[in-house]
Design a protein around this ligand. Structure first.
Ligand code: ADP
Ligand code: MG
Length: 246
């Protein structure tokens, strides 16, 4: 099967600092891939390279067979590659529904149509009861959910989530996990950057591990968490021991 997104030999430098070095992997339609690695490994930089916020130093990003390397972010988004930001960008003076509508305006100028799209997304993301709450009055979990909802309103084929579970409690994390699986069921692909292994293990088809800018391995969750290099670079003995015990 042809991949939906191909990351091909991406290298990104900031002066002499190599933030991504020759990183390659693919994501297929209807697949959840997680990207893990220690802080500073280059995960957010790679998101920025894929979504046009940075032009990679070399390498290519191919989406649905089309080379999108270095295209403007809004054009990449319009094609169906949408991301959320590690630092949430909720619009404080707007309601939840209006926040989500800003995503819908990518494909329509019609307010009524944007409202319809937003309402459908609010329903999918469980935000309907909070649709009239101002962005400024939301909890962190709701802000993160709004961020996902706004991204979904752009009608992506691949949704990229950058640490959208950080700072959430167990119940809230479970909610985001269910939402990810629900989106997969609806046919989306997801690329997830996340530190909470207990959350990504059960929902990921594949895990890609970055360390110091380089991909050190990729594979199914169970294989990756038992990989010696991954344990040494990132997981430590904690997760390894725990997953062996259970
Ligand atoms: N805009 C930037 N300018 C200079 N250095 C950057 C910039 N963005 C990230 N870096 C550096 O690139 C490396 C990777 O960062 P980042 O992609 O944010 O890692 P992660 O998301 O995995 O924590 C880090 O050393 C970071 O300091
Ligand atoms: Mg990051």
């Amino acid at each position: 099967m042809k991949p939906l997104l191909e990351i091909k030999n991406i290298t990104m430098k900031f002066g002499s600092l190599v933030a991504n070095e020759d990183v390659s992997f693919t994501i297929h339609e209807n697949e959840i891939v997680s990207l893990i690695g220690p802080n500073g490994a280059g995960k957010t930089t790679l998101f920025n390279c894929i979504t046009g916020f940075y032009k990679p130093y070399c390498g290519n990003v191919i989406f649905d067979g089309k080379d999108i390397t270095g295209m403007a972010p809004h054009k990449i988004c319009r094609l169906g590659v949408t991301r959320t930001f590690q630092i949430v960008k909720t619009l404080n003076e707007m309601t939840v529904k209006e926040n989500v509508m800003t995503g819908a305006f990518l494909h329509t100028n019609n307010r009524k149509k944007a409202e319809e799209i937003a309402e459908e997304i609010l329903d999918i993301t469980g935000l309907t009861p909070k649709k009239d709450v101002l962005g400024a009055n939301l909890t962190i979990a709701d802000r993160k959910r709004v961020e996902i909802a706004r991204a979904l309103a752009t009608n992506p084929r691949i949704l990229m989530l950058d640490e959208c579970m950080a700072g959430l409690n167990q119940t809230e994390i479970k909610d985001v996990m269910s939402l990810c699986l629900k989106l997969k069921e609806k046919g989306l692909s997801l690329l997830i950057v996340e530190h909470i292994m207990e959350a990504i293990m059960p929902i990921s088809d594949n895990i890609v591990v970055l360390n110091a800018g380089k991909k050190i391995t990729e594979g199914p969750p169970q294989e990756v968490v038992n990989n010696e290099e991954v344990i040494k670079a990132y997981l430590g003995e904690r997760y390894h021991a725990k997953s062996k015990k259970s």
